[in-house]
Design a protein around this ligand. Structure first.
Ligand code: ADP
Ligand code: MG
Length: 260
């Protein structure tokens, strides 16, 4: 009805393989959505993660997502405000022994989610209880894959976990799409890779995002400057590619603002 607020979209970027671009995509989504005026919270669930580093956070002994999950502090106390959006940092791994341990993150996010249009969750390169907490809390999943080494290996494992979460914990969870990353603009993406990506997407009842992220050095440089590539080099090919993904997530509500 009129005046009713759209629900907060909670999106997990996941793949049990490392190096496929999860953190890159999360920092682009946080930075890009924030730039468009959306209220964004980035959550880093990777103990080895560098989302905070990427977005120039150096808050030393501030509270982390683990303090929140352990109940050592309120979630509001652990959220850091940055010029690129709000961030909840990761830290060393903790034991999860609480009852309903799959719901720990979801329950914590309930306290703050009305303050955000988007919550974007970065995950470790594994399928563990942290990953499951992310899926249980989410409305959508984005699965980045490296275009040139795309394979079906590992897909049945992630598919099993997604289906288990959908069936047992969170029927609202959708796979928004597979995101092809690091492809070489000088090589036409081979028919084989596209076919394989479509096959993976079909197994997940999803799609391959029409936007693909080209390989470019600016992406790898940006974190050293404490920025997402979107702000570091807005005109880089990869930044323009990532903006298309930001647009796909932002929808009509948060169009890209004109440059002054
Ligand atoms: P993950 O979080 O899945 O481990 P990252 O986002 O950390 O992956 O990316 C792994 C490495 O690849 C990083 O050094 C990153 O800068 C680089 N990288 C990611 N996407 C691209 C790209 N499109 N072009 C060039 N380098 C990229
Ligand atoms: Mg990462």
């Amino acid at each position: 009805s009129k005046g009713e607020k759209p629900l907060t979209q909670i999106i997990t970027v996941t793949n049990q393989k490392g190096g496929v671009g999860k953190t890159t995509v999360v920092s682009a989504l946080v930075c890009g959505l924030h730039e468009r005026g959306a209220r964004v919270l980035g959550v880093d669930l990777d103990p080895q993660g560098n989302l905070g580093f990427t977005l120039c956070l150096d808050i030393g002994d501030g509270y982390t997502v683990y303090d929140v999950l352990k109940g050592s502090c309120a979630i509001e106390q652990a959220i850091a405000q940055t010029e690129y959006g709000d961030i909840l940092l990761s830290a060393a791994e903790v034991e999860f022994t609480a009852p309903r341990r799959e719901f720990m993150l979801s329950q914590q996010l309930d306290a703050v989610k009305d303050s955000y249009d988007f919550i974007i969750i970065d995950t470790p390169p594994s399928l563990n209880i942290l990953t499951i907490n992310a899926y249980v809390a989410s409305t959508g999943i984005i699965l980045p894959m490296e275009a040139e080494v795309l394979s079906l290996v590992g897909i049945s494992q992630i598919q099993d976990i997604i289906e288990t979460v959908q069936n047992s914990f969170n029927p609202n969870l959708k796979v928004l799409g597979i995101l092809l990353n690091k492809y070489n603009p000088r090589l036409t993406l081979s028919r084989d890779i596209l076919d394989l990506a479509e096959q993976v997407a079909e197994q997940l009842h999803s799609q391959v995002f029409p936007a693909r992220i080209r390989r470019s050095v600016s992406v790898a440089m940006a974190p050293a400057y404490g920025q997402s590539v979107l702000s570091y080099k807005p005109d880089a090919t990869s930044a323009r590619d990532l903006q298309k993904i930001v647009s796909a997530v932002a929808g009509d509500r948060f169009p890209r603002r004109k440059k002054r």
